[in-house]
Design a protein around this ligand. Structure first.
Ligand code: FMN
Length: 353
């Protein structure tokens, strides 16, 4: 049977993957309240279509940080793609390049950054940094990604420590054996570090340290994981260039709001001064439309990309992206928007929010 929606890829991945790999993708902190809420909150929002507009031509293209993407649907950073497909992130990078969208590569990639870039040299890539306690290592990594042509530095702010993921703890022995980090040593050494021996993420990193990062790189800085207006205002004050409204797919602090519920607060606070994006719970074309209507410039996908990767590697991710892009195109057509610029808050029924 053909896979026709993102949920079908999820079912396929569940059947195909080992228990520990499946649990790693699904993984949530504590009770998983936020992960489930990410999905449920989208479904509480209703749409207000406008008819009798000429929708014979509908264009899904947009830009992020000045770069064109074929649709406002990009790839969130997720760790260890080698767990789901032999080529790991190399396949992901190729699929993103083919789709004409942005791929945020994780600090915890299972391929080297050099191999990822070589596999898809024309792709738009941002690098996600888990700020390390070792500042020299941060400097090396940042300058390495800049010279490799990554176009932005995405700093994940919601993970000074790892949330309590019950299933990963239960499966620990199995999972840890296979996980190697490939980018936490200079490329000349090419040594991978077993995940269990990886250097610690910084718990002391704070707003004041941002200027040091800005002093060593020209890359625009994007903060991933902001959920409040207070932090959004601080981000603008600190010359950050974008925010990804995110709760890490419910894997960090449980019982924070769904991303889509936090979006309005953050988008209102930045007053259009910087771009705002969203990840968490996006599974259909109407979800993409709702996120854009509430102020996101584009959305990023976490788990669905891994389901696609587990299905058929590069081709599987391409299928996931194509299906979601087609659904988004259909939603735009049916709601009466010919371009992404025409998507706005009037499309949302506020009484249901
Ligand atoms: C298996 C897995 C690994 C992840 N690894 C990272 C990571 O290395 N860095 C990071 O900033 N976020 C990571 N995340 C969070 C994602 O970037 C993203 O915020 C989340 O998956 C979005 O929600 P969604 O899965 O509902 O699309 C990971 C998420 C998953 C599911």
């Amino acid at each position: 049977m053909p896979l026709v929606c993102l949920k079908d890829f999820k079912a396929h991945a569940r059947d195909r993957l080992s228990k520990s790999s499946w649990d790693f993708i699904e993984g949530v902190a504590d009770e998983g309240i936020t992960r489930d809420e990410n999905i449920a909150a989208f479904k509480k929002i209703r749409l207000r279509p406008r008819y009798l507009r000429d929708v014979s031509e509908v264009d899904t293209r947009t830009t992020i940080q000045g770069e064109e993407i074929s649709a406002p649907i990009c790839i969130s950073p997720t760790a260890f793609h080698g767990m789901f497909w032999p080529d790991g992130e190399v396949s992901t990078a190729r699929a993103a390049q083919e789709a004409g969208i942005c791929y945020i590569t994780s600090t915890f990639a299972s391929c080297t950054l050099e191999d990822i870039v070589a596999s898809a040299p024309k792709g738009l890539r941002w690098f996600q940094l888990y700020v390390q306690s070792d500042w020299q290592l941060n400097k090396q990594l940042i300058q390495r990604v800049e010279s490799l042509g990554f176009k932005a530095l995405v700093i994940t702010v919601d993970a000074p420590i790892v949330g309590k993921r019950r299933e990963d703890i239960r499966n620990q022995l199995d999972l840890m054996k296979s996980l190697q980090l490939k980018n936490l040593r200079p490329p000349t050494e090419r040594n991978s570090v077993p995940y269990i021996q990886s250097p610690p993420i910084s718990t002391s990193f704070c707003w004041d340290n941002l200027s040091w990062i800005q002093s060593i790189t020209q890359l625009p800085i994007i903060l991933k994981g902001i959920l409040t207006k207070e932090d959004a205002e601080l981000a603008v004050e600190h010359n950050v260039r974008g925010i990804i409204v995110s709760n890490h797919g419910g894997r960090q602090l449980d019982e924070v709001p769904a991303s889509i519920d936090a979006l309005t607060e953050v988008a209102t606070a930045v007053k259009g001064k910087i771009e705002v994006y969203l990840d968490g719970g996006v599974r259909t074309g109407t979800d993409v439309l709702k996120a854009l209507a509430l102020g996101a410039k584009c959305i990023f996908l976490g788990r669905p990309i891994l389901w696609g990767l587990a299905y058929k590697g590069e081709d599987g991710i391409e299928e996931v992206l194509k299906i979601l892009k087609n659904e988004f195109h259909t939603s735009m057509t049916l709601i009466g928007c010919r371009s992404v610029a025409e998507i706005n808050r009037d499309l949302i029924q506020f009484s249901r929010l």
